[in-house]
Design a protein around this ligand. Structure first.
Ligand code: T5A
Length: 241
């Protein structure tokens, strides 16, 4: 896809979500994908949840508007994840979701104007991490409900890596959910959620950074190539039974 073809009024951008366990390499891969698409002349925006209003925007030339977890909601989430504040499980869950709703309109506008938006964690993490806590009143189905109506990704790339491999990577263990029990449960729940979703592509993230990036580029090129046939950006619906 080129900047010229993007300027055609009918060509929208793609919504690409990257998911995975903690330290699966999501942010590294989002940045590499952003650079790859940008070098190809595409308008690209990279958003990282939680706590966005982020990140780095490339529209032919690029300007850096980076600031992480800085919205009022993002700050509440950040202090929770770092363990300096506690929240009821349902309450923090709804804050994570609200953080996505804060950006939903601007994502839709970017996509409509031809910008491809890469999102680092999205509704799938939202539902799975909350449900993984084992709170009997916070099931996966309950956790999904506030996500209904958000922009629906054209593709969700799940970076697959064993929990024990993720634990060996830099910085692991600093935040609330970074322990093996939680990560194993999260992995199981991602599996059961993806059984009830379409447009999920599992990527082997145990390879080198470059090899994973090449695999992602191929899937994304295919997704962008299908956009005219896909039609307008959709919205997330209820989970399939
Ligand atoms: N959460 C999130 C919720 O509970 N609900 C929600 O709704 C949302 C959105 C923080 C927590 O919030 C929870 C889930 C999380 O527990 P986060 O800030 O996205 O979310 O946390 P992390 O996933 O931990 O983010 P990280 O940036 O730390 O991990 P990434 O992005 O997966 O990994 P990355 O790219 O930063 O790489 C980590 C390290 O591994 C190396 C990198 O160089 C780096 O050192 N690495 C590799 N090494 C070897 N081979 C490879 N292929 C490598 N890829 C990366």
């Amino acid at each position: 896809m080129t900047s010229q073809s993007q300027s055609a009024s009918t060509r929208r951008g793609a919504l690409i979500v990257v998911e995975g366990l903690d330290r699966a390499g999501k942010s590294s891969q989002c940045e590499m994908l952003r650079d790859y698409l940008s070098k190809g002349g595409n308008a690209v925006k990279y958003i990282r949840f939680p706590g966005s209003y982020q990140v780095t925007q490339y529209v032919y030339h690029w300007s850096n508007i980076c600031s992480d977890r800085t919205t009022p909601i993002g700050q509440l989430i950040d202090s929770y994840l770092r363990g300096s504040a506690n929240q009821d499980d349902h309450s923090i869950h709804l804050l994570f979701s609200a953080n996505r709703w804060e950006l939903a309109k601007s994502i839709e506008q970017d996509i409509a104007s031809g910008t491809t938006v890469i999102v680092d964690r999205y509704s799938y993490s939202g539902a799975v991490y909350s449900a993984a806590k084992g709170n009997p009143t916070l099931s996966l189905d309950w956790a999904w409900l506030p996500e209904i109506g958000l922009p629906r990704p054209d593709i969700c790339l799940f970076l697959s890596i064993p929990a024990e491999e993720a634990a060996k990577r830099g910085g692991y263990g600093a935040e609330r959910y970074e322990n093996e029990t939680m990560q194993t449960r999260v992995r199981e729940l991602f599996r059961s959620l993806f059984d009830r979703q379409e447009d999920i592509k599992v990527i082997d993230a145990g390879k080198s950074l470059e090899a994973v990036s090449v695999d992602i580029q191929s899937v994304v090129a295919n997704c962008i190539g299908r956009l005219d046939a896909t039609g307008p950006l959709g919205t997330l619906g209820p989970l399939a039974k």
